[in-house]
Design a protein around this ligand. Structure first.
Ligand SMILES: NC(=O)c1ccc[n+]([C@@H]2O[C@H](COP(=O)([O-])OP(=O)(O)OC[C@H]3O[C@@H](n4cnc5c(N)ncnc54)[C@H](O)[C@@H]3O)[C@@H](O)[C@H]2O)c1
Length: 328
């Protein structure tokens, strides 16, 4: 049963945000249950710690059991959920569950376990990602012989299919056990490569564009109080100092050129800011050097400039027909 609340705008295009300054007070995440898929390392791990520090309960889902279990133990010790003897005992501050996002049943099991432990889920974040830098699908050295061997689809499977599996399952679990007016959301991880060319990693780039597309397809549909009543947003990090930093060669050149690098903690802070701000739906936060810039509103706002006034007007009429046909 979906409890109707005030409708959330399907996009913030009416009020361009441009720079986003995350604000996370103790209240915002207090006793929220947050599932972080890909939370064992990097940006996800920083977000796990930030959420626990702000009194949220966190379920870490990841294929990396060793790092995920160690992180969960650290959170349990550092930020224990202290129960009042007169009240029912509080659940653990954090738990770890093995999940491979490309395995649908394992994704269902993750949410089942989270729901059984915490009786509700407030926010879901997907930071799990893959970039196979050595796997160029369109390598000009491919021959009539070598092209016969099927290439790896890992970047597509982890980044896009995984995000789609998690979003599908999360959209159902997030609707359960919520009071009126309670905010719930999904946050997906795209990349600067979700809107800009990145040479050599075509599959990764197509997958990250896919994550943007997934968010755009759901943002007008998810927030309706008569529908899922959820918000959905993406984070598009640029160079971030975590394990997946492209290659040492690129990173060294980057630093030499004085280009901005974010820390995982900075990207985690932007992510927490998006979770905490219940006015945000359908936004994409591009993060460079720790600063966040919202890009979706200006793409909409400036459409009549980059597409032309007349085509933009006709496109809007067609969109309206599609929307009405879909709703009918
Ligand atoms: N680091 C960067 O410079 C950068 C830039 C742009 C976008 N991103 C994106 O941000 C997100 C987080 O990146 P990061 O740098 O923290 O990466 P990371 O490699 O440090 O962490 C990714 C996590 O995903 C987990 N994972 C991988 N495959 C999985 C699977 N099949 N199932 C479940 N978990 C899986 C890994 O075990 C790891 O814990 C990713 O989606 C990445 O594409 C990162």
């Amino acid at each position: 049963m979906i409890a109707p609340t005030e409708p959330v705008l399907s996009s913030n295009s009416a009020a361009p945000l441009t720079q986003f300054s995350p604000a996370v007070d103790q209240e915002a995440l207090f006793e929220k249950v947050i599932v972080i898929v890909g939370g064992s390392n990097g940006i996800g791990a920083s977000l796990v710690e930030l959420c626990c520090r702000n009194s949220a309960y966190v379920v870490i889902g990841d294929i990396d059991n060793a790092r995920g279990e160690a992180l969960s133990r650290k959170c349990l010790e550092q930020w224990p959920a202290i129960s009042d003897p007169a009240m029912p005992p509080k659940p653990p501050r954090s738990t770890f569950q093995h999940v491979d996002v490309t395995n649908y049943q394992q994704v269902v099991d993750l949410f089942d376990r989270a729901f059984k432990t915490y009786r509700k889920i407030d926010h879901v974040v997907v930071t799990a990602g893959s970039m196979e830098t050595g796997e160029n699908w369109f390598d000009q050295k491919l021959s009539l012989q070598s092209v016969r061997q099927a290439p790896s689809t890992k970047d597509l499977d982890v980044n896009l299919l995984g995000s789609m599996y998690v979003t599908r399952v999360a959209s159902v679990y997030l609707r359960h056990n919520r009071g009126p007016g309670v905010d719930r959301s999904i946050l997906l991880f795209s990349c600067a490569a979700g809107f800009k060319e990145t040479p050599g990693v075509s599959l990764y780039q197509a997958a990250k564009h896919g994550v943007q597309g997934l968010m755009r397809s759901l943002r007008p549909y998810f927030p309706s109080p008569y529908n899922h009543n959820l918000r959905i947003n993406t984070i598009c990090p640029w160079m971030t100092d975590s394990r997946t930093v492209l290659t040492k060669k690129v990173h060294d050149r980057w630093v030499k050129e004085g280009l901005p690098v974010s820390t995982p903690e900075e990207v985690a802070e932007v992510s927490a800011g998006v979770l905490a701000d219940d006015s945000l739906n359908g936004t994409s936060m591009y993060v460079e050097g720790g600063r966040a810039w919202e890009i979706e509103a200006n793409i909409d706002r400036l459409e009549c400039e980059w597409l032309g006034e007349e085509p933009s007007r006709v496109l809007a009429r067609g969109q309206k027909v599609l929307q009405e046909a879909w709703a009918a």
